[in-house]
Design a binder for this molecule. Sequence first.
Ligand code: 5GP
Length: 298
Amino acid sequence: MAERPHPPEVDRVAASRRAVAVRRERASLKKDVAMRVISPQELLRRAWADPDSAAGSLRITDFLTAIPAIGENKRDRILADLDISPVKRLGGLGSRQRVDLQAFLDARLPEPQPRSGRSRLLVLAGPTAVGKGTVAAHIRDNHPEIMLSVSATTRSPRPGEVDGEHYYFVDDAEFDRLIAADALLEWATVHNRHRYGTPRAPIDAALAAGRTVLLEIDLQGARQVRSAAPDATLVFLLPPSWDELVDRLVGRGTEDAEERARRLRTARVELASQGEFDFRVVNDTVPRAAAEVAALAH
Ligand code: 5GP
């Protein structure tokens, strides 16, 4: 019997490299669902748009256990209820199985819906290291119709930071005075260290003049704006993936291991709050994310 021809060495090397890359991509997608960087439904949309993709080749069992609050027992019950074999991959689910799985998720874990009303008060928040500051600066430099609010802070200026432009740098006594005078729309102690707050008067003036105002603040601040100005538009900036967020956090290289671990835990909790926001924008590239945020103002 003639021996089957072997694929050339280069092809095999390329194929195994591809297999490793797809496996890695699947692991990364599972983390994205586990950390709530993407919804389970979003992963299904990707799997069904391209069954040959990493998402499409994910096993249904791995998909379900990646979802927060679904363990192995619950997973097995769900598979039995939906009549799906545990060896199935997402891209290989039949049309009825797809409909049932989708309905199950929509009922248990409804995706947040973008809200319809728009306000000219725009709040940009998101997890640590997602790049809020960079996106906000890009909007300030490229969308002159939007006023970027300048916060007051008790931290000291970093090299290159200009008082009145990046922040109003104030001491503790002055910050206390601003609070007492009700001059801040919101304020918070960030990273357990310094206080930051949004001066109210410039925002009221800009809104009265018909301009759009953008606040780049932390999560506690966003919640305060929500209760002080319920029609404000709250935007949550998401990383393209959990791995990418970890890279950005660690990439700064300025914190020790314990501080990094603390920041990752914080980021995880912060991501879990995205349902409180009106819109989610992925910071894949700064100009694109900035344009999407700016467009929400119209
Ligand atoms: P940084 O010290 O790196 O400039 O800012 C640290 C954090 O403070 C960022 O997460 C930023 O969003 C937040 N921040 C800046 N200004 C304000 C503010 O006026 N209010 C609140 N609540 N957070 C702010």
